[in-house]
Design a protein around this ligand. Structure first.
Ligand SMILES: [Zn+2]
Ligand SMILES: [Zn+2]
Length: 340
């Protein structure tokens, strides 16, 4: 079978591998159908993901069909359409004991610390394989994982009906946060530097958009919220300046959700945090978000139309990555199809 492997910075190739087999009764063999390309895959390709170990088969946004199951597997059977939950927590550390396995101190992420889904077949433990409706198109089910990231960020920000949520950045993560926040019943303002991304965000349900290339984001949000500020700010741009702005834009009793990995510090004073009792919270990967997102996808409560902008066959993985790198304004989610 074929697999997409990164062996070093800018060294990515399609390699021939032995098809994996089920080795214990709790495992599931999945025939991979579609895999999304994420920013973190690109970081591994560039050699700028400090967590990734090489050589590595990338890919963690995975959907496929169950081909075979171990004897004790009950939740899925051959022929089921499924999505993969790509994290393996240890189960013992403080985070795991607190029900937060996504920040497990010994966490292993498929496609980062372990081989991921960009291969024709994958063997996974049953608990990381979730069944989805057979009615879903592969282009819908492949979005389950990115939507769980949006669900986690809105959960961390405690988004409630009637809240005003300000999302910085209208890329795939910002858009997934937008859909989930709208489904909860929030009013959503979203900013970006790119006008066509903002137009799409509007189509996707944003109540207000702000072009950050020509407008002062803080003034705009304050005006839209009649001086109150945003009750929840989700920073999906993740640079030092946006973190600073987020604290300023948050309303009293507001929440700021941080998704970035930038190591540069942001100068933030104590005063606005204390005065407004702002909660600043990180959001990484997801915990227990797959069932809820799958339910919303199955019932079409989340309409994903337009998110997948390009589908490439496996053989064109290099062209797919090149497109993401050279024409970011033309892509939202680029996916690799194993069916062509
Ligand atoms: Zn991802
Ligand atoms: Zn743990």
């Amino acid at each position: 079978m074929k697999a997409v492997q990164v062996t070093g910075p800018h060294q990515l190739s399609i390699v021939e591998r032995e098809k994996p087999v089920i080795t214990n009764e709790h495992e599931v063999l999945v025939k991979v159908k579609m895999v999304g390309i994420c920013g973190s895959d690109i970081h591994i390709y560039h050699g700028t993901n400090p967590l990734a170990t090489l050589p590595r088969v990338i890919g963690h946004e995975v959907t496929g069909e169950v081909e075979n199951v171990g004897e004790k597997v009950e939740s899925v059977s051959a022929g089921d359409k499924v999505v993969i939950e790509p994290i393996q927590p240890c189960g013992d550390c403080y985070a795991c004991r607190s029900g937060r396995g996504n920040v497990c101190s010994n966490l292993e992420v498929y496609g980062v610390h372990r081989d991921g889904g960009m291969q024709e077949y994958l063997v996974m433990p049953e608990k990381l394989v979730h069944k989805v409706s057979p009615e879903l198109d592969w282009k819908e089910s492949v979005l389950a994982e990115p939507f769980t990231i949006g669900a986690q960020a809105t959960w961390r920000g405690n988004v409630r009906p009637g809240d005003t949520v300000f999302i910085m950045g209208a890329g795939p993560i910002g858009l997934c946060c937008l859909k989930v926040a709208k489904s909860i019943g929030a009013t959503v303002i979203i900013s970006d530097l790119n006008e066509s991304r903002l137009d799409f965000a509007k189509e996707w349900g944003a109540d207000h958009t702000i072009d950050a290339s020509r407008l002062n984001v803080i003034d705009e949000v304050m005006e839209l919220t009649k001086g109150e500020g945003a009750n929840v700010v989700i920073d999906a741009v993740c640079i030092p300046q946006t973190f600073e702005q987020a604290i300023e834009i948050a309303s009293a009793a507001g929440r700021v959700v941080v998704l970035g990995f930038d190591e540069r510090p942001s100068p933030i004073s104590q005063l606005p945090i204390t005065k407004k009792e702002v909660t600043i919270t990180g959001s990484r990967l997801q915990t227990n978000q797959f069932p809820g997102i799958i339910e919303m996808l199955n019932s079409r409560k989340i309409d994903t139309a337009g998110m997948v902008t390009q589908v490439f066959p496996l053989e064109q993985i290099h062209q797919a990555i090149q497109l993401i790198e050279t024409s970011p304004e033309e892509v939202r989610k680029v996916v690799i199809s194993f069916d062509q």
